[in-house]
Write a protein that binds this ligand. Structure first.
Ligand SMILES: CC(C)(COP(=O)(O)OP(=O)(O)OC[C@H]1O[C@@H](n2cnc3c(N)ncnc32)[C@H](O)[C@@H]1OP(=O)(O)O)[C@@H](O)C(=O)NCCC(=O)NCCS
Length: 180
């Protein structure tokens, strides 16, 4: 099981099946803020959907394709951080994240990403991490900026949000440039 301590108040641990009620509860209570930039939120309407997500991610972890970690803040579950698109030939993966509304704006996701990316470079021997976000999601974009990622480009019309095509920004960092 993947476990990544972050600091005195934040801890990351791979999501397990029994976490499904916690994940769903946090998602459901922050639905309004999360659905703005995460298209799948509207399709996640009961605990069973969170359970299926965790099952899928556990399977992908066995194949070393992806890993989903819960974020615990002061012992309370608050959000999810994941590695996906894990490419073994290129030693590259993408990081994704969401956090419940009461926990937003406290620097939790930035600190959690920093620890996960250090873990990915040191323990998983990855060479590159990417973060992709919808162009208008400035809050999400602050995270790779604060962590020293380079802006690599814009993928036009590469996601659909509430029926509209939207552009995605791609930011990346190489192991050789990771100073944290
Ligand atoms: C995006 C998200 C993950 C950020 O997590 P977080 O823990 O709140 O982020 P942090 O507190 O670590 O950092 C956010 C930074 O953005 C800044 N910020 C906040 N609101 C902002 C806004 N509207 N525009 C620009 N920057 C903003 C904050 O000031 C902070 O920077 P600072 O620490 O220098 O002040 C979280 O808000 C979230 O889950 N949002 C909804 C889901 C989502 O968009 N997920 C990302 C999909 S790519």
């Amino acid at each position: 099981m993947f476990e990544v301590p972050v600091n005195d108040s934040i801890y990351l641990r791979q999501l397990q099946l029994q976490d499904a009620p916690l994940v769903y509860k946090q998602l459901d209570s922050s639905r309004k803020s999360l659905r703005k930039f995460l298209p799948w939120v509207d399709y996640n309407t009961n605990e069973e959907h969170s359970l299926r997500f965790i099952q899928l991610m556990l399977r992908k972890a066995e194949e070393q394709e992806a890993v989903a970690l819960g974020i615990w803040y002061q012992q309370e579950f608050c959000g999810v951080l994941d590695l996906h698109g894990w490419d073994h030939q290129l030693q590259k993966a993408e990081v994704g994240y969401w956090i419940g509304e009461p926990f937003q704006g406290k620097g939790i996701v930035t600190a959690a990403c920093k620890a996960l990316i250090t873990f990915a470079f040191k323990k998983l021997r990855l060479n590159k991490i990417e973060i992709r976000f919808v162009l208008q999601n400035e809050r999400s974009g602050q995270i790779p900026i604060k962590l020293g990622f380079a802006r690599e480009g814009i993928l036009r019309h590469s996601a659909k949000l509430h029926g509209q095509y939207v552009d995605m920004v791609v930011m990346g960092v190489l192991r050789q440039d990771w100073k944290h």
